[in-house]
Ligand binder design. Structure first.
Ligand SMILES: [Zn+2]
Length: 246
């Protein structure tokens, strides 16, 4: 299996696992990151396998150069602007994706599937509420907030995400007590819970927001984890495509 899906979407989408690709060693096997030390030919073949499985054209995938900010751009294949979220709409065959290995990937779609977005939300992006900026971008294109669907993908969960006390307090102040869990010596942060709170505050309905439970750091068989693997690891792709023109 190459990717997990969410029941909130009717359009093509997925959160890739680390299985089913051709990369070796710490990149084994479905690494989709181009700047993590993997062989370019392997990354290219992994993307081809993914695109085939997702029924998309590999050259039509649009991504961004992720910089832990809150900028949202309209997708353009091959452009790779500095941003952490991108959106597209039906009609041009473009699909969008963000890469992660612990950070929170978020996918969004309008109810009719005509407009979609992908968001990379690490702790910095989560603090900046980048997911809400992506919601605003879709709403500016005509999507209704109350009908938007969102899936918050596999990431490092509170079980494994130890942080310093200052960051924990900042998140408690911004997102409420529920996003900080007492740990052994240091607090643990519930990043995907903070992203969920952001999406609800932006106007999405709870029944339209799916939060996946999988923890990238806990599950070495299925996921790359930057923290667990001390930075030497592959990247997942969270991707979504608009509904084709009917
Ligand atoms: Zn965990």
């Amino acid at each position: 299996m190459l990717f997990l899906t969410s029941s909130v979407f009717a359009v093509p989408h997925g959160f890739t696992l680390r299985t089913g690709g051709v990369s070796q060693g710490p990149m084994a096997s479905l690494n989709l990151g181009e700047s993590v030390g993997d062989r370019p030919g392997h990354v290219q073949e992994n993307l081809r396998l993914l695109a085939q499985s997702a029924r998309q054209h590999p050259e039509q995938l649009a991504t961004v150069r992720q910089v832990h900010g809150d900028r949202v751009v309209r997708a353009a294949p091959g452009a790779a602007e500095e941003a952490d979220a991108l959106w597209t709409e039906e009609g041009n065959g473009v699909w969008v994706g963000v890469k992660s290995a612990d950070c929170v990937p978020v996918l969004l779609a309008s109810a009719d599937g005509r407009r979609v977005a992908a968001v990379h939300s690490g702790w910095r992006g989560t603090a900046l509420r980048v997911a809400a900026r992506a919601v605003e971008a879709l709403v500016a294109q005509g999507a209704a907030t109350s009908t938007l669907r969102a899936a918050v993908g596999p990431c490092i969960q509170a079980c494994c995400y130890e942080v310093g006390p200052d960051l924990a307090e900042r998140f408690r102040a911004d997102f409420g007590d529920a996003v900080v869990r007492p740990g052994g010596t240091r607090p643990h942060l519930d990043l995907s819970g903070a992203v969920r709170a952001t999406l609800l505050a932006a106007g999405l309905l709870p029944q339209h927001v799916d939060v996946q439970a999988a923890c990238t750091a806990c599950d070495a068989a299925r996921f790359f984890s930057h923290r667990r693997d001390a930075g030497v690891t592959g990247r997942h792709l969270a991707f979504i495509a608009p509904a084709p023109l009917s």
